[in-house]
Write a protein that binds this ligand. Structure first.
Ligand code: UD1
Ligand code: CA
Length: 460
Protein backbone atom coordinates (compact mmCIF):
# COMPACT_ATOMS: atom_id res chain seq x y z
CA UNK A 1 0.00 0.00 0.00
CA UNK A 2 1.13 3.56 -0.69
CA UNK A 3 2.58 5.29 2.35
CA UNK A 4 0.65 8.32 3.53
CA UNK A 5 1.93 11.50 5.16
CA UNK A 6 0.45 14.84 6.19
CA UNK A 7 1.65 18.42 6.38
CA UNK A 8 -0.51 20.81 8.40
CA UNK A 9 -0.10 24.52 7.71
CA UNK A 10 -0.44 26.46 10.92
CA UNK A 11 2.08 29.30 10.81
CA UNK A 12 -0.17 32.11 9.57
CA UNK A 13 -0.79 35.00 11.92
CA UNK A 14 -4.45 35.22 11.13
CA UNK A 15 -4.56 39.01 10.93
CA UNK A 16 -8.23 38.94 9.95
CA UNK A 17 -9.08 37.42 13.35
CA UNK A 18 -7.83 40.65 15.00
CA UNK A 19 -6.63 38.65 17.96
CA UNK A 20 -3.58 38.18 20.14
CA UNK A 21 -4.32 34.46 20.05
CA UNK A 22 -2.64 32.50 17.30
CA UNK A 23 -5.29 31.86 14.64
CA UNK A 24 -5.29 28.06 14.59
CA UNK A 25 -5.64 28.00 18.39
CA UNK A 26 -9.03 29.65 18.34
CA UNK A 27 -11.35 27.00 19.72
CA UNK A 28 -14.31 25.45 18.00
CA UNK A 29 -16.48 23.74 20.62
CA UNK A 30 -13.65 24.07 23.11
CA UNK A 31 -10.89 22.54 20.98
CA UNK A 32 -8.33 24.51 18.96
CA UNK A 33 -9.02 24.39 15.22
CA UNK A 34 -5.65 22.84 14.44
CA UNK A 35 -6.27 20.06 16.95
CA UNK A 36 -9.52 19.14 15.18
CA UNK A 37 -7.55 19.01 11.93
CA UNK A 38 -4.77 16.85 13.36
CA UNK A 39 -7.20 14.41 14.96
CA UNK A 40 -9.32 13.97 11.86
CA UNK A 41 -6.46 13.63 9.41
CA UNK A 42 -4.51 11.27 11.69
CA UNK A 43 -7.52 8.96 11.86
CA UNK A 44 -6.80 7.99 8.24
CA UNK A 45 -3.62 6.23 9.37
CA UNK A 46 -0.42 8.11 8.52
CA UNK A 47 3.30 7.33 8.59
CA UNK A 48 4.12 10.82 9.72
CA UNK A 49 2.60 14.26 10.31
CA UNK A 50 4.56 17.51 10.11
CA UNK A 51 3.00 20.74 11.35
CA UNK A 52 4.39 24.05 10.12
CA UNK A 53 4.32 26.64 12.91
CA UNK A 54 5.38 30.26 13.25
CA UNK A 55 6.86 32.30 16.05
CA UNK A 56 5.05 32.24 19.38
CA UNK A 57 3.83 28.77 18.61
CA UNK A 58 4.72 27.12 21.92
CA UNK A 59 1.05 26.81 22.67
CA UNK A 60 0.44 24.95 19.39
CA UNK A 61 3.16 22.52 20.38
CA UNK A 62 1.60 22.14 23.81
CA UNK A 63 -1.77 21.20 22.35
CA UNK A 64 -0.56 18.90 19.61
CA UNK A 65 2.24 17.32 21.63
CA UNK A 66 3.83 14.15 20.34
CA UNK A 67 1.22 13.51 17.69
CA UNK A 68 3.13 15.48 15.07
CA UNK A 69 6.61 16.75 14.27
CA UNK A 70 7.07 20.50 13.98
CA UNK A 71 8.97 22.76 11.63
CA UNK A 72 9.30 26.50 12.00
CA UNK A 73 8.42 28.97 9.27
CA UNK A 74 10.24 32.07 10.43
CA UNK A 75 8.52 34.47 8.09
CA UNK A 76 5.04 33.93 6.73
CA UNK A 77 5.75 34.20 3.03
CA UNK A 78 2.81 32.13 1.87
CA UNK A 79 1.39 28.61 1.89
CA UNK A 80 3.91 27.33 -0.69
CA UNK A 81 6.78 28.69 1.36
CA UNK A 82 5.24 27.05 4.43
CA UNK A 83 5.28 23.61 2.81
CA UNK A 84 8.92 24.07 1.76
CA UNK A 85 9.83 24.27 5.46
CA UNK A 86 8.91 20.58 5.73
CA UNK A 87 11.28 19.64 2.90
CA UNK A 88 14.18 18.50 5.09
CA UNK A 89 11.95 16.06 6.96
CA UNK A 90 9.91 14.95 3.98
CA UNK A 91 11.81 15.12 0.70
CA UNK A 92 13.07 11.53 0.58
CA UNK A 93 9.72 9.95 1.29
CA UNK A 94 7.83 8.04 -1.35
CA UNK A 95 4.09 8.10 -1.16
CA UNK A 96 1.11 10.42 -0.86
CA UNK A 97 1.31 13.63 1.16
CA UNK A 98 -1.86 15.43 2.14
CA UNK A 99 -1.50 19.14 2.84
CA UNK A 100 -4.19 20.56 5.10
CA UNK A 101 -4.70 24.04 6.50
CA UNK A 102 -4.95 24.41 10.26
CA UNK A 103 -7.92 26.74 9.80
CA UNK A 104 -10.33 24.26 8.19
CA UNK A 105 -11.55 22.52 11.33
CA UNK A 106 -14.67 20.89 9.93
CA UNK A 107 -13.24 18.46 7.37
CA UNK A 108 -13.96 14.93 8.55
CA UNK A 109 -11.77 11.85 8.52
CA UNK A 110 -14.16 10.31 5.99
CA UNK A 111 -13.50 13.13 3.54
CA UNK A 112 -9.72 12.90 4.04
CA UNK A 113 -9.96 9.15 3.48
CA UNK A 114 -11.99 9.62 0.28
CA UNK A 115 -9.52 12.20 -0.99
CA UNK A 116 -6.54 9.86 -0.44
CA UNK A 117 -8.38 6.95 -2.05
CA UNK A 118 -9.47 9.02 -5.06
CA UNK A 119 -5.96 10.43 -5.54
CA UNK A 120 -4.28 7.04 -5.39
CA UNK A 121 -6.89 5.34 -7.60
CA UNK A 122 -6.54 8.02 -10.27
CA UNK A 123 -2.75 7.87 -10.10
CA UNK A 124 -2.60 11.67 -10.07
CA UNK A 125 0.38 13.76 -9.03
CA UNK A 126 -1.96 16.20 -7.34
CA UNK A 127 -5.63 16.08 -6.31
CA UNK A 128 -7.38 19.14 -4.94
CA UNK A 129 -10.29 18.84 -2.58
CA UNK A 130 -12.80 21.28 -4.03
CA UNK A 131 -16.34 22.35 -3.15
CA UNK A 132 -19.14 24.39 -4.64
CA UNK A 133 -19.49 27.46 -2.45
CA UNK A 134 -22.78 29.35 -2.22
CA UNK A 135 -20.64 32.43 -1.61
CA UNK A 136 -17.10 31.83 -2.89
CA UNK A 137 -15.84 35.23 -1.71
CA UNK A 138 -12.23 35.05 -0.50
CA UNK A 139 -11.48 31.52 -1.68
CA UNK A 140 -9.15 30.45 -4.46
CA UNK A 141 -11.20 29.48 -7.55
CA UNK A 142 -10.69 26.26 -9.49
CA UNK A 143 -10.17 27.03 -13.17
CA UNK A 144 -10.98 24.18 -15.56
CA UNK A 145 -10.28 23.91 -19.31
CA UNK A 146 -12.66 23.08 -22.14
CA UNK A 147 -12.33 19.37 -21.30
CA UNK A 148 -13.35 20.13 -17.75
CA UNK A 149 -9.86 19.28 -16.49
CA UNK A 150 -8.34 21.31 -13.70
CA UNK A 151 -5.86 23.81 -15.09
CA UNK A 152 -4.92 25.97 -12.14
CA UNK A 153 -6.17 27.80 -9.09
CA UNK A 154 -6.49 31.54 -8.99
CA UNK A 155 -6.62 33.40 -5.69
CA UNK A 156 -9.58 35.70 -5.10
CA UNK A 157 -7.29 38.73 -5.03
CA UNK A 158 -5.68 37.80 -8.37
CA UNK A 159 -8.84 36.73 -10.17
CA UNK A 160 -10.43 38.43 -13.16
CA UNK A 161 -14.13 39.33 -13.20
CA UNK A 162 -14.91 36.16 -15.07
CA UNK A 163 -12.87 33.99 -12.75
CA UNK A 164 -14.64 35.44 -9.73
CA UNK A 165 -17.90 34.02 -11.10
CA UNK A 166 -16.58 30.47 -10.67
CA UNK A 167 -18.19 28.86 -7.65
CA UNK A 168 -15.91 25.84 -7.38
CA UNK A 169 -13.38 26.69 -4.67
CA UNK A 170 -10.08 25.33 -3.46
CA UNK A 171 -10.66 24.05 0.08
CA UNK A 172 -6.94 24.33 0.85
CA UNK A 173 -6.59 20.54 1.13
CA UNK A 174 -4.65 18.55 -1.46
CA UNK A 175 -3.07 15.16 -1.93
CA UNK A 176 0.28 15.12 -3.73
CA UNK A 177 2.77 12.62 -4.88
CA UNK A 178 5.35 13.57 -2.29
CA UNK A 179 8.37 13.84 -4.58
CA UNK A 180 6.46 15.70 -7.30
CA UNK A 181 5.27 18.20 -4.67
CA UNK A 182 8.75 19.21 -3.54
CA UNK A 183 10.04 19.29 -7.14
CA UNK A 184 7.25 21.60 -8.23
CA UNK A 185 7.57 23.87 -5.18
CA UNK A 186 11.02 24.91 -6.44
CA UNK A 187 9.31 26.67 -9.33
CA UNK A 188 6.72 28.61 -7.34
CA UNK A 189 7.28 32.36 -7.49
CA UNK A 190 5.77 35.23 -5.50
CA UNK A 191 4.75 37.21 -8.53
CA UNK A 192 1.15 37.92 -7.51
CA UNK A 193 -0.99 40.56 -5.82
CA UNK A 194 0.01 39.49 -2.31
CA UNK A 195 3.71 38.89 -3.02
CA UNK A 196 3.37 35.41 -1.52
CA UNK A 197 4.52 31.94 -2.54
CA UNK A 198 1.20 30.24 -3.18
CA UNK A 199 0.95 26.48 -2.72
CA UNK A 200 -1.93 26.26 -5.23
CA UNK A 201 0.49 27.37 -7.98
CA UNK A 202 1.94 23.85 -7.80
CA UNK A 203 -1.17 22.69 -9.66
CA UNK A 204 -0.44 24.76 -12.75
CA UNK A 205 3.25 23.86 -12.60
CA UNK A 206 2.46 20.13 -12.61
CA UNK A 207 -0.15 20.58 -15.31
CA UNK A 208 2.37 22.38 -17.52
CA UNK A 209 4.68 19.39 -17.09
CA UNK A 210 1.82 17.24 -18.42
CA UNK A 211 1.45 15.53 -15.09
CA UNK A 212 -1.97 14.25 -14.09
CA UNK A 213 -3.84 16.68 -11.85
CA UNK A 214 -7.35 16.10 -10.61
CA UNK A 215 -10.02 17.48 -8.34
CA UNK A 216 -12.18 15.69 -5.85
CA UNK A 217 -15.40 17.62 -5.41
CA UNK A 218 -16.71 17.42 -1.85
CA UNK A 219 -20.47 17.20 -1.72
CA UNK A 220 -20.50 19.12 1.50
CA UNK A 221 -19.37 22.75 1.45
CA UNK A 222 -20.11 23.11 5.17
CA UNK A 223 -17.15 20.85 5.91
CA UNK A 224 -14.68 22.85 3.95
CA UNK A 225 -15.21 26.24 5.57
CA UNK A 226 -11.92 28.10 6.06
CA UNK A 227 -11.93 30.24 9.19
CA UNK A 228 -10.28 33.58 8.51
CA UNK A 229 -12.35 35.83 10.76
CA UNK A 230 -14.74 35.73 13.69
CA UNK A 231 -17.79 35.51 11.46
CA UNK A 232 -16.51 32.27 9.96
CA UNK A 233 -15.48 31.09 13.44
CA UNK A 234 -19.08 31.42 14.61
CA UNK A 235 -20.22 29.52 11.51
CA UNK A 236 -17.72 26.74 12.24
CA UNK A 237 -18.92 26.59 15.83
CA UNK A 238 -22.50 26.22 14.67
CA UNK A 239 -21.78 23.51 12.11
CA UNK A 240 -19.62 21.55 14.53
CA UNK A 241 -22.22 21.88 17.28
CA UNK A 242 -25.02 20.52 15.12
CA UNK A 243 -22.80 17.71 13.86
CA UNK A 244 -21.86 16.59 17.39
CA UNK A 245 -25.43 16.92 18.61
CA UNK A 246 -26.71 14.84 15.71
CA UNK A 247 -24.23 12.08 16.55
CA UNK A 248 -25.44 11.99 20.15
CA UNK A 249 -29.08 11.94 19.07
CA UNK A 250 -28.35 9.02 16.75
CA UNK A 251 -26.75 7.28 19.72
CA UNK A 252 -29.93 7.61 21.77
CA UNK A 253 -29.52 10.91 23.58
CA UNK A 254 -32.53 13.26 23.65
CA UNK A 255 -31.53 16.83 22.94
CA UNK A 256 -34.57 19.04 23.26
CA UNK A 257 -33.11 21.99 21.32
CA UNK A 258 -29.97 21.08 19.35
CA UNK A 259 -29.48 24.68 18.21
CA UNK A 260 -29.14 25.72 21.81
CA UNK A 261 -27.06 22.89 23.27
CA UNK A 262 -23.26 22.91 23.22
CA UNK A 263 -21.50 19.58 23.64
CA UNK A 264 -17.74 19.63 23.19
CA UNK A 265 -16.15 16.98 21.08
CA UNK A 266 -14.55 14.79 23.75
CA UNK A 267 -17.71 14.42 25.83
CA UNK A 268 -19.19 10.92 26.21
CA UNK A 269 -22.95 10.60 26.71
CA UNK A 270 -24.79 7.33 27.21
CA UNK A 271 -28.21 6.56 25.83
CA UNK A 272 -31.46 7.83 27.32
CA UNK A 273 -29.82 10.94 28.70
CA UNK A 274 -32.04 14.00 28.23
CA UNK A 275 -30.47 17.43 27.69
CA UNK A 276 -32.54 20.58 28.03
CA UNK A 277 -31.75 23.87 26.26
CA UNK A 278 -29.00 26.25 27.27
CA UNK A 279 -26.68 23.48 28.38
CA UNK A 280 -22.92 23.38 27.81
CA UNK A 281 -21.11 20.11 28.45
CA UNK A 282 -17.37 20.37 28.01
CA UNK A 283 -13.98 18.85 28.66
CA UNK A 284 -13.73 15.15 29.30
CA UNK A 285 -17.20 14.84 30.79
CA UNK A 286 -18.98 11.50 30.91
CA UNK A 287 -22.73 11.46 31.37
CA UNK A 288 -24.19 8.09 32.27
CA UNK A 289 -27.53 6.75 31.13
CA UNK A 290 -30.85 8.31 32.05
CA UNK A 291 -29.28 11.44 33.50
CA UNK A 292 -31.20 14.66 32.92
CA UNK A 293 -29.10 17.78 32.39
CA UNK A 294 -30.35 21.33 32.11
CA UNK A 295 -31.90 23.65 31.26
CA UNK A 296 -29.19 26.32 31.50
CA UNK A 297 -26.52 24.11 33.00
CA UNK A 298 -22.75 23.97 32.58
CA UNK A 299 -20.96 20.70 33.17
CA UNK A 300 -17.22 20.73 32.61
CA UNK A 301 -14.89 17.77 33.13
CA UNK A 302 -17.37 15.89 35.28
CA UNK A 303 -18.55 12.35 35.56
CA UNK A 304 -22.31 12.33 36.11
CA UNK A 305 -23.89 9.09 37.28
CA UNK A 306 -26.91 7.33 35.88
CA UNK A 307 -30.35 8.80 36.66
CA UNK A 308 -28.84 11.95 38.13
CA UNK A 309 -30.67 15.23 37.55
CA UNK A 310 -28.83 18.57 37.30
CA UNK A 311 -30.94 21.69 36.76
CA UNK A 312 -29.83 25.30 36.22
CA UNK A 313 -26.45 24.65 37.80
CA UNK A 314 -22.70 24.76 37.23
CA UNK A 315 -20.43 21.77 37.89
CA UNK A 316 -16.69 21.64 37.23
CA UNK A 317 -13.95 19.01 37.58
CA UNK A 318 -16.02 16.78 39.84
CA UNK A 319 -17.65 13.41 40.19
CA UNK A 320 -21.37 13.21 40.80
CA UNK A 321 -22.81 9.80 41.62
CA UNK A 322 -26.00 8.03 40.57
CA UNK A 323 -29.52 9.26 41.30
CA UNK A 324 -28.21 12.52 42.68
CA UNK A 325 -30.35 15.64 42.55
CA UNK A 326 -28.54 18.89 41.87
CA UNK A 327 -30.02 22.37 41.72
CA UNK A 328 -31.65 24.51 40.70
CA UNK A 329 -28.86 27.06 41.19
CA UNK A 330 -26.16 24.90 42.70
CA UNK A 331 -22.43 25.41 42.17
CA UNK A 332 -20.25 22.34 42.28
CA UNK A 333 -16.63 23.48 42.16
CA UNK A 334 -13.50 21.41 41.47
CA UNK A 335 -12.79 18.21 43.36
CA UNK A 336 -16.25 17.54 44.66
CA UNK A 337 -17.14 13.89 44.97
CA UNK A 338 -20.85 13.52 45.47
CA UNK A 339 -22.11 10.08 46.51
CA UNK A 340 -25.08 8.24 45.08
CA UNK A 341 -28.55 9.47 45.97
CA UNK A 342 -27.24 12.68 47.50
CA UNK A 343 -29.06 15.97 47.15
CA UNK A 344 -27.51 19.35 46.48
CA UNK A 345 -30.24 21.93 46.55
CA UNK A 346 -30.65 25.57 45.62
CA UNK A 347 -27.92 28.09 46.37
CA UNK A 348 -25.53 25.45 47.62
CA UNK A 349 -21.83 25.62 46.85
CA UNK A 350 -19.65 22.53 47.18
CA UNK A 351 -15.87 22.68 46.75
CA UNK A 352 -13.19 20.03 47.28
CA UNK A 353 -15.58 18.00 49.35
CA UNK A 354 -16.72 14.45 49.58
CA UNK A 355 -20.36 13.77 50.28
CA UNK A 356 -21.41 10.23 51.17
CA UNK A 357 -24.34 8.25 49.91
CA UNK A 358 -27.77 9.74 50.56
CA UNK A 359 -26.49 12.90 52.24
CA UNK A 360 -28.45 16.08 51.74
CA UNK A 361 -27.49 19.72 51.55
CA UNK A 362 -30.78 21.14 50.47
CA UNK A 363 -30.50 24.92 50.73
CA UNK A 364 -28.19 27.90 50.99
CA UNK A 365 -25.00 26.28 52.25
CA UNK A 366 -21.25 26.32 51.65
CA UNK A 367 -19.44 23.01 52.00
CA UNK A 368 -15.75 23.41 51.18
CA UNK A 369 -12.73 21.32 52.19
CA UNK A 370 -14.98 18.78 53.84
CA UNK A 371 -15.46 15.09 54.23
CA UNK A 372 -19.11 14.35 54.79
CA UNK A 373 -20.19 10.77 55.49
CA UNK A 374 -23.33 9.04 54.33
CA UNK A 375 -26.87 9.84 55.37
CA UNK A 376 -25.93 13.21 56.75
CA UNK A 377 -28.47 16.02 56.75
CA UNK A 378 -27.03 19.48 56.49
CA UNK A 379 -29.56 22.14 57.37
CA UNK A 380 -30.21 25.36 55.54
CA UNK A 381 -27.51 28.01 55.83
CA UNK A 382 -24.72 25.76 57.12
CA UNK A 383 -21.18 26.95 56.47
CA UNK A 384 -17.93 25.07 56.76
CA UNK A 385 -15.64 27.86 57.88
CA UNK A 386 -12.59 26.57 56.10
CA UNK A 387 -10.31 29.55 55.64
CA UNK A 388 -8.46 31.80 58.06
CA UNK A 389 -7.20 34.13 55.36
CA UNK A 390 -4.08 32.04 54.83
CA UNK A 391 -4.75 28.32 55.16
CA UNK A 392 -7.63 26.00 54.43
CA UNK A 393 -8.78 23.44 57.00
CA UNK A 394 -10.85 20.28 56.85
CA UNK A 395 -14.32 19.75 58.27
CA UNK A 396 -15.27 16.13 58.87
CA UNK A 397 -18.91 15.20 59.39
CA UNK A 398 -19.36 11.52 60.11
CA UNK A 399 -22.22 9.27 58.97
CA UNK A 400 -25.80 9.84 60.12
CA UNK A 401 -25.16 13.27 61.63
CA UNK A 402 -27.66 16.11 61.57
CA UNK A 403 -26.44 19.67 61.31
CA UNK A 404 -29.06 22.20 62.34
CA UNK A 405 -29.81 25.28 60.26
CA UNK A 406 -27.51 28.26 60.21
CA UNK A 407 -24.55 26.52 61.82
CA UNK A 408 -20.93 27.54 61.43
CA UNK A 409 -18.50 24.64 61.59
CA UNK A 410 -15.11 26.22 62.23
CA UNK A 411 -12.46 23.96 60.72
CA UNK A 412 -10.48 21.96 61.54
CA UNK A 413 -13.33 20.22 63.29
CA UNK A 414 -15.03 16.83 63.38
CA UNK A 415 -18.68 16.08 64.04
CA UNK A 416 -18.82 12.50 65.35
CA UNK A 417 -21.06 9.81 63.93
CA UNK A 418 -24.76 10.16 64.56
CA UNK A 419 -24.50 13.51 66.38
CA UNK A 420 -26.76 16.51 66.30
CA UNK A 421 -25.64 20.09 66.05
CA UNK A 422 -28.31 22.49 67.27
CA UNK A 423 -29.49 25.16 64.85
CA UNK A 424 -27.58 28.41 65.05
CA UNK A 425 -24.48 26.84 66.61
CA UNK A 426 -20.95 27.98 66.00
CA UNK A 427 -18.93 24.81 66.49
CA UNK A 428 -15.27 25.31 67.31
CA UNK A 429 -14.49 22.03 69.07
CA UNK A 430 -14.86 18.43 67.96
CA UNK A 431 -18.23 16.86 68.73
CA UNK A 432 -18.01 13.24 69.98
CA UNK A 433 -20.24 10.67 68.33
CA UNK A 434 -23.81 10.22 69.42
CA UNK A 435 -23.95 13.70 71.03
CA UNK A 436 -26.02 16.83 70.84
CA UNK A 437 -23.91 19.94 70.59
CA UNK A 438 -25.44 23.34 71.31
CA UNK A 439 -23.15 26.30 70.83
CA UNK A 440 -25.26 29.42 71.04
CA UNK A 441 -26.36 31.83 73.76
CA UNK A 442 -29.22 30.61 75.90
CA UNK A 443 -32.55 32.31 75.33
CA UNK A 444 -34.07 34.48 78.06
CA UNK A 445 -37.63 35.78 77.85
CA UNK A 446 -38.43 38.95 79.79
CA UNK A 447 -42.21 38.96 80.02
CA UNK A 448 -44.00 42.28 79.75
CA UNK A 449 -40.76 44.00 78.82
CA UNK A 450 -41.94 45.16 75.40
CA UNK A 451 -44.71 47.49 76.59
CA UNK A 452 -42.49 48.81 79.45
CA UNK A 453 -39.83 49.63 76.85
CA UNK A 454 -42.30 51.39 74.56
CA UNK A 455 -43.63 53.52 77.38
CA UNK A 456 -40.12 54.52 78.43
CA UNK A 457 -39.33 55.60 74.87
CA UNK A 458 -42.54 57.64 74.57
CA UNK A 459 -41.87 59.41 77.87
CA UNK A 460 -38.46 60.65 76.72
C1 UD1 B 1 -5.95 29.54 1.14
C2 UD1 B 1 -5.69 29.21 -0.35
C3 UD1 B 1 -7.00 29.38 -1.10
C4 UD1 B 1 -8.07 28.51 -0.50
C5 UD1 B 1 -8.21 28.76 1.01
C6 UD1 B 1 -9.11 27.72 1.62
C7 UD1 B 1 -3.39 29.87 -0.81
C8 UD1 B 1 -2.50 30.89 -1.42
N1 UD1 B 1 -4.69 30.11 -0.87
O1 UD1 B 1 -6.31 30.90 1.22
O2 UD1 B 1 -6.82 29.03 -2.45
O3 UD1 B 1 -9.31 28.74 -1.14
O4 UD1 B 1 -6.94 28.68 1.67
O5 UD1 B 1 -9.40 27.99 2.97
O6 UD1 B 1 -2.90 28.87 -0.30
N2 UD1 B 1 -0.08 29.61 6.45
C9 UD1 B 1 1.20 29.33 6.84
N3 UD1 B 1 2.21 30.13 6.40
C10 UD1 B 1 2.01 31.18 5.57
C11 UD1 B 1 0.68 31.46 5.16
C12 UD1 B 1 -0.33 30.66 5.60
O7 UD1 B 1 1.44 28.39 7.58
O8 UD1 B 1 3.00 31.84 5.21
C13 UD1 B 1 -1.18 28.75 6.92
C14 UD1 B 1 -2.20 29.48 7.77
O9 UD1 B 1 -1.90 29.35 9.15
C15 UD1 B 1 -3.50 28.77 7.41
C16 UD1 B 1 -3.26 28.20 6.04
O10 UD1 B 1 -1.87 28.25 5.80
O11 UD1 B 1 -3.78 27.71 8.31
C17 UD1 B 1 -4.00 29.00 4.95
O12 UD1 B 1 -3.56 30.34 4.97
P1 UD1 B 1 -4.57 31.55 4.79
O13 UD1 B 1 -3.79 32.79 4.84
O14 UD1 B 1 -5.72 31.40 5.69
O15 UD1 B 1 -5.02 31.31 3.28
P2 UD1 B 1 -6.36 31.75 2.59
O16 UD1 B 1 -6.27 33.19 2.22
O17 UD1 B 1 -7.52 31.33 3.39
CA1 CA C 1 -7.75 30.46 5.37
Amino acid sequence: MTKRYAIILAAGQGTRMKSKLYKVLHPVLGKPMVQHVLEQVSAVGLEEVVTVVGFGSDKVKEYLGDNTKFVLQEEQLGTGHAVIQAEELMKDKKGTTIVVCGDTPLITKETFQQLFDHHEKEGSKATILTAKAPNPFGYGRVIRNAHNEVERIVEHKDATHEELLVDEINTGTYCFDNEALFEALKEVSNDNSQGEYYLPDVIEILKNKSEKVSAFLSSNFDETLGVNDRVALAQAEKTMKLRINEQHMRNGVSIIDPENTYIHSDVVIESDVVIYPGTIISGKSIIHEHAIIGPNTEVSNCEVGAHTVIKQSVATDSRIGERVNVGPYAHIRPDANIGDEAKIGNFVEIKKAELGKGSKVSHLSYIGDAKVGSNVNIGCGTITVNYDGKNKYLTTIEDDSFIGCNSNLIAPVTIGKGSYVAAGSTITKNVPEDSLSVARARQTNKEGYASRLKKRLEDK
